[in-house]
Design a protein around this ligand. Structure first.
Ligand SMILES: Cc1cc2nc3c(=O)[nH]c(=O)nc-3n(C[C@H](O)[C@H](O)[C@H](O)COP(=O)(O)O)c2cc1C
Length: 496
C-alpha cells in the first residue's frame, strides 16, 4: 500500500470501514462515538463531514487485531516479527541455498531505504506564510478538560544535528493558533534529543495521513540511529517515497495527505496540556517547545487522520500490541533466555510486563528483571512478573495462578527503583520511582526454597483417550483440550 487511500480502499473491501455522512463535531463528539465503536470491536470510521472543516476525518483504522494484520498484510503479528528475526539472526550462510536466501534478505534490506522522488501528491496544495491555517483541519478536542484541540496521529520528522540521522516519532501537537502548535517530546524520546542537540533552530516536518505501516513506524521504539522510514520500507516490501519540503531542508513522505513544515527553537517553550492521556488520566500542563509552521501542504481533498487515547482499551492498544510482537526477536537477541512477553493493555503498556524465561540457574529471574529495566523503552516498566517457559504469558489466569502458587513475597519480590514513564502520575517524583519484580518461577533449594513439589499434569495417554472418546460422553459444550480456550485472556480483554 503506497498511501492512506490504498489503505482506506482495502478497509472498505474487507468490510472494515464505515463512512459517516452525518455532520459530527470533532469537539468531544467523535471521542464518544469512537469509544463506543472500539468497545464493540467495531470498524474504522471515516467522518465525511466533521463540523467546521472541509476535510474528512479517519479514525479507528488500527482498532482491532484483524485491521492491524491487514495493515501489515499478515495473518498474525508474529509473522511480522519472524520477518525481522530473519534479519537479526542472519548467520554466515552454508551451502548454495542458504547463500541465495541470505542474499535475498540483504537485497530486501538494501531496497528498503527511502527513495527521493521529484514531486509528490502531498504538495498538490501549498500554503505558506500567513496562508497557513491549522483551523482548516478537523483537529479533535478529545476530552472535556483538554487544553485545546490536539493533533494526535502525526509522524514528526527531524534530523540529528550531529550526524544528520533522521528520526520519525509520534508526538502529539497541541494547536496553539493558526500557525503554531506545542511539540510534546517526552524526556526519553529521540525527537527531544535532536532538539536538545540543536544550538538554535531545528527544522521539523510533520506528516499526517500515511500508509498504515509508515504511520505505525512513527510509534515504534527503534534505537535512535535506526531510520523508522527504512524499517517501514522493509516491512512494506517497497521503499517509502520522499519529496523535498517546500520551506525546510527535510524530505517528507510524498504520498502523505497533509504535511506541516516549520521549526522549533531553543528557549521557545509554552505550556502544553492538560491532555486526556493513555494513562486514563489528564496529564497536567508542562513546558514544551513551540512548533512554528512555515508551510502547510496537502493533497486535494486531504483526509485528516486522528486517534483517541484514554482509559484502555483504546485504538492505540493494537499499535502497542504490534510493537510488543514485532520487537520480541530484538528483545530475545539481547536477553536470549526470554521465551515470550506480554504488556497487558490494561496496564497501559509501561505499567506491567509479564515475561517467561528458560530458567537455568539460581537468581535467573532477577537477572532478567534487571535486563528488562535496562532495555530501551521497556526500562520504564514499573512491574515485572517472571514465569517459567511453559506458562502462557498472554493467559492472565495462568499467570495469576503461578503468582499465587509460586511466590513467597518475602523471598521472591524485588523492589528496585529507576526511570519511570514521563506521563506516570503515581511515582513521588516525576521521571523516577519504584519498581517491583515478582519471581513466579519454580524455585530451587539454592534460592532458599524447600524441595519444590511436583506440578499436577494429566498423562498424555489419558488426554488422548479422552479426546478420542469425547463424543461418547455427550458433554458437547465443554472444551475438548483442557484449558486451551482460556489461554486467550489478553485477546478477550481487547475484543470486548
Ligand atoms: C497514539 C500515540 C500517541 C503518542 N504520543 C506521544 C507524545 O505525545 N509524546 C511522546 O513523547 N510520545 C508519544 N507516543 C509514543 C512515541 O510515539 C513512541 O515512544 C515512539 O517510539 C517515539 O519515537 P522515538 O523513539 O523516535 O522517540 C505516542 C504513541 C502513540 C501510539
Amino acid at each position: 500500500m503506497k498511501d492512506l487511500r490504498d489503505w482506506i480502499s482495502l478497509l472498505e473491501q474487507e468490510g472494515e470501514l464505515v463512512r459517516v455522512s452525518a455532520e459530527v463535531d470533532p469537539h468531544l463528539e467523535v471521542t464518544e462515538i469512537v469509544g463506543r465503536t472500539i468497545r464493540a470491536g467495531g470498524p474504522a470510521l471515516l467522518f465525511e463531514k466533521p463540523k467546521g472543516s472541509q476535510h474528512p476525518l479517519l479514525i479507528n483504522q488500527f482498532g482491532t487485531e484483524r485491521r492491524m494484520c491487514l495493515a501489515f498484510g499478515v495473518d498474525s503479528l508474529d509473522d511480522v516479527a519472524a520477518k525481522l528475526a530473519d534479519v537479526l539472526e542472519m548467520q554466515p550462510p552454508e551451502g548454495i541455498a542458504a547463500k541465495v536466501r541470505g542474499l535475498k534478505t540483504l537485497k530486501s534490506i538494501a531496497d528498503s531505504r527511502p527513495k527521493t522522488v521529484r514531486s509528490g501528491a502531498c504538495q498538490e496544495v501549498v500554503l505558506t506564510g500567513d496562508d497557513v491555517d491549522l483551523s482548516l483541519l478537523p483537529v479533535q478536542t478529545c476530552w472535556p478538560h483538554d487544553a485545546a484541540p490536539f493533533i494526535t496521529l502525526p509522524a514528526v520528522i527531524t534530523h540529528d544535528p550531529r550526524n544528520g540521522n533522521r528520526n520519525v516519532g509520534m508526538y502529539r501537537l497541541q494547536v496553539l493558533g493558526p500557525r503554531s502548535t506545542a511539540m510534546h517530546w517526552q524526556i526519553h524520546k529521540d525527537g527531544r534529543a535532536d532538539y536538545l542537540f540543536s544550538d538554535g533552530k531545528l527544522a521539523v516536518a510533520v506528516a499526517l495521513g500515511l500508509d498504515p505501516i509508515s504511520a505505525y513506524s512513527a510509534s515504534a521504539p527503534l534505537p535512535k540511529h535506526i531510520d523508522e522510514l527504512m524499517v517501514a520500507g522493509f516491512l512494506r516490501g517497497e521503499p517509502v517515497e520522499l519529496v523535498k519540503g517546500v520551506s525546510v531542508d527535510i524530505e517528507v513522505p510524498a504520498h502523505a495527505e497533509i504535511v506541516l513544515e516549520g521549526y522549533v527553537e531553543q528557549g521557545d517553550v509554552t505550556s502544553e496540556g492538560p491532555f486526556g492521556d493513555h494513562t486514563g488520566f489528564y496529564t497536567p500542563a508542562e513546558l514544551f517547545p513551540v512548533f512554528h509552521v512555515t508551510a502547510m501542504t496537502m493533497r486535494r481533498d486531504a483526509i485528516y487522520p486522528s486517534i483517541v487515547v484514554g482509559k484502555p482499551p483504546q485504538e492505540d492498544a493494537w499499535l502497542g500490541k504490534a510493537t510488543e510482537r514485532i520487537f520480541l526477536p530484538a528483545v530475545k537477541m539481547t536477553v536470549p533466555e526470554i521465551v515470550d512477553y506480554d504488556l497487558p493493555v490494561a496496564g497501559a503498556f509501561h505499567n506491567l510486563t509479564i515475561v517467561s524465561i528458560r530458567k537455568a540457574f539460581p537468581g535467573h529471574a532477577r537477572k532478567v528483571m534487571h535486563a528488562i529495566w535496562g532495555l530501551g523503552m521497556l526500562s520504564l516498566t514499573k512491574g515485572i512478573v517472571v514465569v517459567d517457559e511453559h506458562v502462557d504469558v498472554h493467559d492472565y489466569e495462568q499467570v495469576m495462578f503461578y503468582v499465587g502458587a509460586n511466590v513467597d513475597p518475602k523471598r521472591d519480590i524485588l523492589i528496585s527503583e529507576g526511570p519511570t514513564d514521563h506521563l506516570d502520575h503515581a511515582p513521588t517524583l516525576q521521571f523516577f520511582g519504584g519498581k517491583i519484580g515478582i519471581d513466579a518461577t519454580a524455585k530451587s533449594p539454592a534460592e532458599g526454597a524447600r524441595e519444590w513439589p511436583e506440578e499436577l499434569e494429566m498423562t498424555a495417554e489419558v488426554k488422548a483417550l479422552v479426546d478420542r472418546r469425547w463424543a461418547e460422553y455427550g458433554i458437547a459444550s465443554a472444551p475438548v483440550a483442557g484449558n486451551a480456550e482460556i489461554g486467550q485472556s489478553s485477546r478477550r480483554l481487547l475484543r470486548r
